[in-house]
Ligand binder design. Sequence first.
Ligand code: FAD
Length: 462
Amino acid sequence: MTQLVWFRNDLRSLDNSALVQAARAGQVRGLFIATPGQWRLHQMAPVKMRLINNAVTQLSGHLAALGIPLDVVALDDFAAIPAFLARYCQEQGISALYANREYLVNELARDQAVAAALPIACHFSDDALLAPPGSVLTGQEQPYRVFTPFKKQLKAKLMAALPEVQPRLKGQSISQAPVPEFSDSAFDGQLADWPQDEEAALLAMRRFVTERVADYKAQRDFPALDITSRLSAALSIGLVSVRQCLWRLLHEHQDAVWDDASGPGTWLNELIWRDFYQHVVWHYPLVVKGRAFQADTDAIAWSYDEAAFKAWCEGRTGFPIVDAAMRQLVQTGWMHNRLRMIVASFLVKDLLIDWRLGEAFFMRHLIDGDFAANNGGWQWAASTGTDAAPYFRIFNPTEQGKRFDPDGRFIRSFLPELQGLDDKYLFEPQRYPGPLDYPKPLVDHKQARQKTLAMFKALKEG
Ligand code: FAD
């Protein structure tokens, strides 16, 4: 009898819990179901869809080397999956289905519907995180609402027992049917710098951990330095597992678990943020339905000023660091973390625009778009979320530019119109006495800040 592995956000043959469990039970067949209609509904960026298509093609080759056939089909949405799987499993003589769990509302409902529709056993594994949702709780068995105690608790778990990396499978190679196209190849060009295959992702991760992580804490906030791992896209579709990252990190830097102040320790904390936000969406599914984590902040009368939002989207706000960052996003499908915080703060706290518009725009463009991390990041910036930045912490976009891009290298690389501008005008081009093909600032930051403070203060005082 054949075991079916249904691949989703785990597009790798190494350290894949579902795959290893299925292989222990017998002969394996793989399946990937593309659902472009559902993905569009979830605002998935076309570049991410393209990445998935290419990654599935690579996965097909890795599975072929292990003797595992992979079928790839395209259905429009999740609703079509249970009936399709029932038919497919019967035709292929499948005795059990294996898959790795996803923790969002629609994905959980999809898996429930599949389990109900199939007359065979369905085994779902926790594979995507350092610790599954529900396993990191307070002393009162409640979910954590802020990051730091969550991190402490998770680290204590890791120190007690590290999650194991799965053994490597062996097999006789076979030939594989070609993987069909289910996304727009126009985006191949944007993918050149990203790992699209598990081997490339592993190599990138190892290089980062051996060559760059030591400087991570000191340099990670400077977008021109390109010091961060750039593994977010690979992690978001499971080209590399977070366990592989953890083991390699600890192999090279044993102190990462207890030394928060080191580069490796700081990077581990970022991986734990990834877990944290996945736990949040699982414990508090309301955030998946467009609601603020802090319910009182849903009373804020956000702005929906279309012209201002358009200027932000197009990188025409008149604040160079904001504009360069937004152009990085639109042109490359990725944005540096410090910049994500700056542009999110600007949209919400300077323009007072609903954070949900920014959240959706990010998803429509990010190659690493991940609902939990994105929603968590936006709600943090908007002071509506779990670990929300206190409402009175409002980034000054001019000062952030001076501090984190001091020689203007990043700004100049995305704003050709400011390339020749003298350093002393670069962060405030409106002060340049001559003509300049660059917009005036969309708002007066000081005034906008006062308005936002007053609005939040009124809300908090009821
Ligand atoms: P590194 O600095 O090398 O970090 C390693 C990994 O840790 C990342 O690849 C990522 O998987 C994880 N990570 C790092 N920071 C965070 C964080 N704050 N929250 C959750 N996970 C984190 N990250 C996404 O993966 N997808 C998103 O859609 C996303 N949207 C964001 C939106 C906003 C407004 C903000 C402020 C942050 C967002 N982040 C998102 C988090 C972070 O910006 C990116 O993970 C990071 O920039 C990716 O670059 P890197 O791989 O070089 O990260």
